[in-house]
Design a protein around this ligand. Structure first.
Ligand code: F3S
Length: 649
C-alpha cells in the first residue's frame, strides 16, 4: 500500500514507534520556533535542564505577541530572549519584525522538514509541505535539546479540493467552510492532508492561510503537497534551492475524505464568538461595523494586504468605521511602502500599524464596548479582543475592506454592484520578497553570550514527584469549550507577568471566577472539573503551569484539547476523562478523592480510576502512553527529562 504525504515525512523522521493510528511515535525535529509569551519559559527551562546549545537545524525566537514596550517588564523579556538566543544559538527576531509564522515562512520553512513551535498556529508552513506542529513550550525545549517529539499517531484525512475559487471567494473562505461543516472539534486527533485537482489553483500563501487556521478545527496539523506553486513561492523568497517535490502515492489510503468544491464557495464570515459560527456574508449584511482590522498570522501577508490596498485605492473608508491594517511582517510593510500602497491606504483613512500580534490577543486596538469589530484573524473567542462584551467577526481581507468602505457588513459582490467600478482584486504575489533583514539576528551575529535577567524574570516552579493520594475540593466547575484564554488571559496587563509565575497565577481562571486563585491557594490543592474540549485554543503552557503552581492536582473533564492535555502531563497534573453523568453529578465545592494508590496506578498502566465524590463513586479514565505516565509520575516533563539525562527511570 502506498503512503500519504504525511506518512512519508513522518517515516523520514521516525525514531520510535510505528505509523499506526493511535500508537505513540517519536519523531526527529528539524526546526523549532518560539515566541515572546512562551519563549521566556522555554529558555528558562533550557537553562534549568543544563543544556548548552540548540541541537536542531533551525531554532528561532520571535518577539511578536507583545511588542509595545510601554512597561519595562516587556522590554526586559525581549532583552532576556535576545540574550538566550545568542547564548544558545538561535535566530532572534526583534520586536516589530513580525509575527512568528509570517517571518518563519519567509525565512526558514522548507518542504519535507519537521517544525515544532510553542504557538498553536505553528502548522502554517504546512502550506509549503513542512510538517509543522504546535506544542507546549517544554516540548520545544526538549526538542531543542535534540530529543524526539512524541505524539499519538493521528488519523490522516484527505481534504480533496475540486474546482477553482470564483471571484471574491478566497482561501479564508475554504477554511471557514471547513469550520462551518466540521466545527472547532472536527479536526481533533487528525492531520488534514489536502489533495485533489483544486490544490494547484491555490498559491502557496493561500495554502498557508488554510493550514494556519486548521488549528481552529483542532487538527494536529494540516499539510499540502508541493508543486510548481511551492517552488515559485520559494524562489520569490530567495530560497528556491530548498524546493523538493512531495506528493502522496497514487494508492495512498486515508482514514477519511472530505470533498470541497472550490467553485461552490462564496464570501463567508464567522459570527461572534466562535470561529465555527460561519454563515455566508450576505446573511449578516447591514450590521454596522465600528472597527475593521486586517492582519494576523492568517491574513497578514503581502498577498493579503495588497487586495485591501487595491480595493481602497482612490476611495475613502467610512467615517463611522476605524480601519486598521497591521501586516504580519515588517518585510510585508516595507514592500507595500516601497510600492506606494501604504500611502494609498493611509490616504483612504487607514491607520497603518506595526507588524505584531497585538490586537489578536487584546493588546492594542481593543474595540469599543458592545461594538462590532470585523477582523481577518483566526479566533474570536469572547473577550480575546481585550473587552468582555465584544462582537468579533472573522472574514477575508476582501470582506474586511468592503466593510471599511461601507461602514457595515456587506458581501463584496454586492458592494461591487453598488459602486460599479470595484473589481475583485484576486491574488498577486510580489516578484521578489525583498524586504531588509536587519531585524533578524542570526546566531553568527549574536550580540549576547550570556543570559540577561531583569527583576520580573523568575525561576521555573517545580512540582514534586506524584504522590499516592490525591484528594481535594472541586474548586471550579466549568462548561464545555473552556479556552486557554479563559485559563490565563493573554491581555497586556496579565501577559507582562509571563516570566513571573507567582504573580501571573493570581489571574488563573479569573475570567470564569475571580476568587479562584485565592481559593485554590487557601485550599492547598484540589481539582478542576470541565465539560468537553477543555483547554482549546492557544498552546499557552502557563494554562497548565499556573494551575500547577496554585496546587491543582487533577482535572476531570469530558474531553481535552490536544496541546493542553499534553501540557497537563508536562506540569504533573493528572487529566482524567469522565462521562457526562459523572460530570453532571459533581458540584463545585464537592470533596473529591481518587480512591486508588495514584502513583502505583499511574505507573502500572491502570486506565480506570475510582473517584469518590461525597458518598458516591464514579469511574474516570486515564488515557495515557507509558511515556506520559512516566512524566506524570516524575512530577512533570522537566523533572522527567532530568531523570532521563541522569540515567534514572
Ligand atoms: Fe499572533 Fe494571533 Fe497568530 S496571537 S501568532 S496573530 S493567532
Amino acid at each position: 500500500m502506498g503512503q500519504t504525504l504525511t506518512e512519508k515525512i513522518l517515516d523520514d523522521h521516525l525514531v520510535e514507534g510505528e505509523l499506526e493510528t493511535g500508537e505513540e511515535i517519536g519523531i526527529e525535529i528539524d526546526q523549532v520556533l518560539t515566541q515572546d509569551t512562551t519563549g521566556t519559559m522555554v529558555w528558562l527551562q533550557f537553562e534549568a535542564m543544563g543544556l548548552d546549545e540548540v541541537q536542531t537545524e533551525i531554532a528561532a525566537q520571535y518577539c511578536d505577541h507583545q511588542t509595545y514596550q510601554f512597561d519595562f517588564k516587556n522590554t526586559d523579556d525581549h532583552r532576556f530572549l535576545r540574550s538566550a538566543a545568542g547564548t544558545y544559538g538561535a535566530h532572534f527576531s526583534r520586536p516589530g519584525n513580525g509575527i512568528c509564522h509570517n517571518v518563519h515562512r519567509e525565512n526558514f520553512a522548507a518542504p519535507g522538514k519537521t517544525l515544532l513551535g510553542s504557538d498553536s498556529h505553528t502548522p502554517t508552513p504546512g502550506g509549503i509541505g513542512e510538517l509543522a506542529i504546535g506544542s507546549g513550550g517544554i516540548d520545544v525545549t526538549v526538542a531543542m535539546g535534540g530529543a524526539p517529539y512524541y505524539i499519538e499517531m493521528p488519523e490522516i484525512v484527505s481534504v480533496r479540493l475540486e474546482g477553482e475559487l470564483p471571484e471574491w471567494a478566497t482561501a479564508k473562505d475554504v477554511i471557514l467552510e471547513l469550520l462551518r461543516r466540521l466545527s472547532v472539534k472536527g479536526g481533533v486527533g487528525k492531520i488534514l492532508e489536502y489533495t485533489g485537482p483544486g490544490v494547484e489553483t491555490l498559491t502557496a500563501p493561500e495554502r498557508m492561510t488554510i493550514t494556519n487556521m486548521g488549528t481552529e478545527l483542532g487538527a494536529t496539523t494540516s499539510i499540502f503537497p508541493t508543486d510548481e506553486q511551492t517552488e515559485d513561492y520559494l524562489e520569490r523568497v530567495g530560497r528556491g534551492e530548498e524546493y523538493v517535490e512531495l506528493q502522496p502515492d497514487d494508492d495512498a489510503e486515508y482514514d477519511d475524505e472530505i470533498v470541497v468544491d472550490l467553485s461552490d464557495l462564496e464570501p463567508l464570515i464567522a459570527q461572534p464568538s466562535m470561529p465555527d459560527k460561519v454563515v455566508p456574508v450576505s446573511e449578516v449584511e447591514g450590521e454596522s461595523v465600528e472597527q475593521v482590522m486586517v492582519g494576523s498570522c492568517t491574513n497578514g501577508g503581502y498577498e493579503d494586504i495588497l487586495p485591501v490596498a487595491k480595493m481602497l485605492e482612490g476611495r475613502e473608508t467610512s467615517m463611522e468605521t476605524e480601519t486598521i491594517v497591521a501586516p504580519g511582517s515588517k518585510q510585508a510593510s516595507e514592500m507595500l511602502a516601497r510600492e506606494g500602497w501604504v500611502a494609498e491606504m493611509m490616504a483612504a483613512g487607514v491607520n497603518f500599524s506595526e507588524a505584531t500580534c497585538g490586537a489578536c490577543i487584546g493588546i492594542g486596538h481593543v474595540p469599543a464596548s458592545d461594538s462590532v469589530s470585523l477582523r481577518t484573524f483566526n479566533r474570536n473567542f469572547e473577550g480575546r479582543s481585550g473587552i468582555e462584551d465584544d462582537n468579533v467577526y472573522l472574514c477575508s481581507p476582501e470582506v474586511a475592506a468592503a466593510a471599511a468602505l461601507k461602514g457595515e457588513i456587506i458581501d463584496p459582490r454586492n458592494l461591487a454592484d453598488e459602486l460599479g467600478d470595484l473589481e475583485a482584486p484576486g491574488v498577486e504575489l510580489p516578484e521578489e520578497y525583498d524586504g531588509s533583514k536587519t531585524d533578524l539576528i542570526s546566531p553568527d551575529e549574536a550580540v549576547d553570550d550570556e543570559l540577561i535577567k531583569g527583576p520580573n524574570i523568575g525561576d521555573v516552579p517545580l512540582k514534586d514527584q506524584l504522590g499516592s493520594e490525591i484528594e481535594g475540593e472541586a474548586l471550579l466547575k466549568m462548561a464545555d469549550n473552556i479556552t486557554t484564554d479563559h485559563i490565563i488571559p493573554a491581555t497586556q496587563d496579565i501577559l507582562m507577568y509571563r516570566s513571573n509565575v507567582p504573580k501571573l497565577s493570581e489571574f488563573t481562571l479569573s475570567r470564569v471566577d475571580d476568587t479562584f486563585a485565592q481559593r485554590a491557594l487557601d485550599a492547598d490543592g484540589g481539582f478542576l472539573v470541565a465539560g468537553e474540549n477543555y483547554g482549546q485554543g492557544s498552546s499557552r503552557e502557563h494554562a497548565a503551569l499556573c494551575p500547577m503552581y496554585l496546587g491543582i492536582e487533577g482535572v476531570l473533564a469530558q474531553s481535552f484539547a490536544r496541546i493542553h492535555r499534553a501540557n497537563l502531563f508536562n506540569f504533573g497534573i493528572i487529566p482524567l476523562t469522565i462521562d457526562e453523568d459523572t460530570y453532571e453529578s459533581i458540584d463545585q465545592g464537592d470533596e473529591i478523592e481518587i480512591v486508588d494508590d495514584v502513583y502505583e496506578a499511574v505507573t502500572s498502566g491502570q486506565e480506570e480510576f475510582t473517584v469518590r465524590v461525597g458518598d458516591e463513586e464514579y469511574t474516570a479514565t486515564l488515557d495515557a502512553s507509558e511515556r506520559e505516565r512516566d512524566i506524570l509520575a516524575a512530577g512533570g516533563k522537566l523533572a522527567w527529562t532530568k531523570e532521563q539525562a541522569e540515567g534514572g527511570s
